[in-house]
Write a protein that binds this ligand. Sequence first.
Ligand SMILES: [Zn+2]
Length: 69
Amino acid sequence: MPRPPDSYSELEVSELYCAKCKRATPVRQRLLLILPSGNKYDYTCSVCGSSVGSKMDDDTSAFTILPPK
Ligand SMILES: [Zn+2]
């Protein structure tokens, strides 16, 4: 069964629907949290500045667990 290229699921979000602006607007991505399970990003409307969504990814490269002593 053919599957979409890996890059398909990693499309960068550039526009999201904003409830305040009542239309899709360009968003700013902000790294919110770095967790052992991945990073959490927050998306903010670049027009009115309100939060329009968030996303988790499973990139754990930014998180380093210190070895036990
Ligand atoms: Zn907005």
